[in-house]
Design a protein around this ligand. Structure first.
Ligand SMILES: [Ca+2]
Ligand SMILES: [Ca+2]
Length: 207
């Protein structure tokens, strides 16, 4: 009678190994796209008319069905504040406590090696009702020029995977993914068109 139980346990262990639980809700931004960027889980950090950047849904996708988020400064806005960091975040509760985990997403910037955009992403402690105010647990910055060898999206190869490790602490965190723009000595970057990037395919899993 012992043998069948052993086989069942082995099958369970192997199926778990192939699909680690992803704690992000609407991780592929499919619902976000379906609802034109309105979401109960994704928090947009934007104020385009106020010059703080625009966040919205896009039909582009890294994998599977349509949906990603487009972050941009619009060329038509009279005065853009390039110190603003527009983007998305999501509060995630119910993580296993004090566990080493990985946060990853796919980032697309078609502007090439000289792009003024940098992706600033990471994990903060969650503070109820006060998005992006918690203590930073882990953070990273990446430029598209550094992602030639990174895993690519299947539908749009412009999407490249980035990640950062963190410890879940008490089990409630806020993941964030924001665009920073480098202006340098100029008043503003080259604005012959919108400065835009896309983000998609989010994942938070135990290591
Ligand atoms: Ca997607
Ligand atoms: Ca918007």
């Amino acid at each position: 009678m012992i043998k069948p139980i052993f086989i069942t346990a082995t099958l369970l262990a192997s199926s778990l190994a192939f699909s680690a639980q992803n704690y992000v809700v609407d991780p592929q931004l499919t619902d976000y796209r379906g609802n034109q960027g309105k979401s109960d889980v994704w928090i947009s950090h934007e104020d385009s008319d106020g010059g703080l950047g625009d966040v919205g849904s896009s039909g582009d996708t890294a994998f599977d069905a349509q949906g990603s988020s487009r972050i941009r400064f619009k060329e038509k806005v009279a005065i853009n504040d390039f110190t603003a960091k527009p983007g998305l975040s999501q509060v995630i509760t119910g993580l296993p406590a004090n566990t080493d985990m990985t946060f990853s997403l796919y980032y697309c910037d078609k502007k090439g090696p000289a792009s003024p955009s940098t992706l600033y992403y990471g994990v903060r402690e969650a503070v109820e009702g006060a998005s992006l105010t918690g203590k930073v647990i882990a953070e990273n910055r990446v430029h598209t020029r550094d992602l030639d060898a990174a895993p690519k999206g299947e539908k749009k190869a412009c999407f490249r995977q980035v990640n950062v490790d963190f410890n879940s602490g008490a089990g409630a965190v806020e993941i964030f993914s924001l665009m920073e723009v480098y202006v340098g000595d100029a008043d503003k970057p080259d604005m012959t068109k919108d400065i835009e990037v896309r983000i998609d395919e989010f994942s938070v899993t135990a290591k």
